[in-house]
Design a protein around this ligand. Structure first.
Ligand code: SF4
Length: 423
């Protein structure tokens, strides 16, 4: 079922119908794009959380310094290709980017000196780093959006997730970021944590709303075979929440955020009116810089090596590119459609202006069926998912994220230069 999802989605669009095959292959990048979105991966963490599926490693000052140079070399390779391109957005993710504000400061200064840097500059912040020196470094560097990895305000649940701070510190960190005047302060919360009750989920959301954060992002806890949490829980005989409890938790999050005046801006995010959404994954075209970074640009979806050591070496000797797959027109449409469904709004006129045609007949038939089933509503050119439609897509997104990370990321984490991955 899991790996079938991208294949089923492709059936709705014209072009190839087989699986996505990622291989090491030359990538032909497009001529200078009108603008670019950048994602920069900073993989260093103080300690490794047992639930974490991401590409990260424990901080080492010497490796971090070498990594910083390699990042600038990769950026320089794009500057040589495209010149002073407009950078619409830059997001630093990790890892724990806020641990290394000096890398963020220097990288942003380099980007501003070599490209045209816009105002959408986001950084993921660990509550332990939200102290005045780091915040003022971010402000001076032009960071405008911050995403605070709260996960929960409950000490017991933070302990279970292996986080090394408490709820009080998470509240203080939120307050400090809000006082600093960033355009958007997002709080990340995890739900469906083993032993967590619906009331605890509600209390976490209420706390975030009362603090006045601009955005709340909530993710269900997923278990990966290559992250130690599931084994630890099994050994401790701790059970995971049922699908029904998880559904109630999500419904409670939607209700609480609505009551507090937030608008649902994606399956898993809620914003105050008029705030800029902190979002990295939903951009339609982006270039990833750093170890483990992915790019969707021109006709390709590509991934850099997931090994920090190999990335540093590759930037000195050649290319960090590990795997790539070529996208045909139907793939690009499917990609756009998937993330607009995630955003809850599908604007058919935007599809027309990007792809020069209406949504394919099979997609329109599917949307009509979803409307009959009460999962979508149409307003003018926009089709919006209803709460029931959003719940179904929550299940699909969970399965897709799990399948993609289990297959692709696991392969890339096991081997610096995998030969081939089939999705
Ligand atoms: S959850 Fe965040 S802080 Fe924890 S190991 Fe993963 S990237 Fe690092």
């Amino acid at each position: 079922m899991r790996l079938l999802l991208p294949r089923i989605l492709r059936l709705l669009f014209p072009g190839r119908k087989g699986p996505f095959v990622f291989e090491r292959q030359p990538v032909i990048l497009p001529a200078k794009p009108a603008s670019l979105n950048l994602y920069i991966h900073l993989p260093f963490c103080r300690q490794l959380c047992p639930f974490c599926p991401y590409m990260k490693e424990v901080y080492d000052p010497a490796v971090s310094a070498a990594y910083q140079e390699a990042l600038l070399q990769e950026l320089e390779s794009y500057r040589r290709l495209w010149g002073d391109v407009n950078i619409e957005s830059v997001y630093f993710g990790g890892g724990t980017p806020s641990m290394t504000p000096e890398i963020i400061e220097r990288t942003l200064s380099w980007i501003a000196g070599n490209f045209h840097l816009g105002h959408e500059v986001g950084v993921e912040v660990n509550p332990l780093d939200a102290h005045p020196a780091v915040i003022s470094s971010f402000k001076n560097s032009g960071v405008s959006l911050v995403s605070l990895g709260v996960q929960s305000f409950h000490d017991r649940l933070l302990g279970l997730l292996g986080r090394d701070y408490d709820g009080k510190l998470a509240r203080q960190a939120s307050e400090r970021l809000l006082q600093a005047g960033f355009a958007t302060v997002d709080a990340d919360l995890i739900f469906a944590i083993p032993t967590q009750s619906r009331q605890e989920v509600e209390a976490d959301v209420e706390t975030a709303c009362e603090l006045g954060v601009d955005q709340i992002s909530t993710y269900p806890l997923l278990y990966f075979s290559y992250a130690p949490l599931r084994k630890q829980l099994h050994q401790a005989r701790v059970t995971t929440p049922s699908w029904w409890l998880e559904r109630q938790m999500l419904a409670a999050i939607v209700k609480k955020t609505q009551e507090a005046g937030y608008r649902r801006t994606s399956i898993w995010s809620f914003n105050r009116p008029e705030t800029i959404r902190y979002t990295t994954v939903t951009k339609d075209a982006f270039v990833g810089i750093g170890a483990g970074a992915t790019s969707k640009i021109g006709d390709y979806f590509k991934l850099n090596t997931f090994s920090v050591a190999e990335y540093i070496k590759a930037m000195a000797e050649g290319s960090p590119l590990a795997l790539a797959t070529k996208l045909d027109a139907g793939d690009k449409m499917a990609y756009w459609f998937f993330w607009r469904v995630y955003d809850l709004d599908i604007d058919t006129s935007t599809f027309q202006s990007i792809f020069g045609q209406d949504l394919p007949r099979r997609v329109r038939a599917l949307l009509s069926l979803l409307k009959l089933l009460g999962m979508t509503q149409r307003r003018g050119n926009t089709i919006r998912l209803t709460e029931m439609g959003a719940y179904i897509f929550h299940l699909i997104e969970k399965e897709y994220t799990h399948a993609y990370l289990e297959t692709m990321w696991q392969a890339c984490l096991q081997e610096a230069w995998p030969q081939r991955v089939v999705l």
